[in-house]
Design a protein around this ligand. Sequence first.
Ligand code: FE
Ligand code: ZN
Ligand code: FE
Length: 212
Amino acid sequence: MAEAGTLHDAFIGELRDTYDAERQLTKALAKLAKAASAPELRQAFQSHLEETQGQIERLGQVFESLDEKARGKHCDGIAGIIEEGKAIMEEDFDGATMDACLIAAGQRAEHYEMAAYGTLVAWARAMGHEEAADLLQQTLDEEKAADEKLSGLAEGGINQSAADSAPPEGESDDHDDEDEEEDEEGNADARAVGSGAKKSAGPKAKPAGRRR
Ligand code: FE
Ligand code: ZN
Ligand code: FE
């Protein structure tokens, strides 16, 4: 039987996971940018995409500082977060609401990355890999800044625009499932594309499945 793995082995494994996560995120950030309506949100995703490309290079330097080959290992965690983001992008929301949802999806990714880099920095320091720790800390700082940027955009207007874009009619503010379009009944994809505006769902029988 092989010897038990060390923290160093775990560290290299997490670096590979994170390397793969960053590569998945470059594609996802491009999609988020494309889906954003507010120009400043689009710009935020776009500039974090460019930053992410730098983070991938920086991880290359981390591997190099450890005499390890840069390679990735599939990151299931970020894949799941990206899947949820894709599902949201297929929903039929007005532009401001979609922007609020894109921010929510983006912030899930940033927090996941902050957790990953926070651990990587701490482990690198514990093992005396100072060069690696300094590089990883730079990326951690960028992830935190990206997260704060998204919070600023959300709280600086996008959330309120989304809240204000709800139609005034309902007395059912706290029962908004009344006219919500149900999407789990088979032909869900028909409405995925292109309808920015609210369309009335019309009266229809409520499926039993989706009450909260
Ligand atoms: Fe990143
Ligand atoms: Zn992962
Ligand atoms: Fe990030």
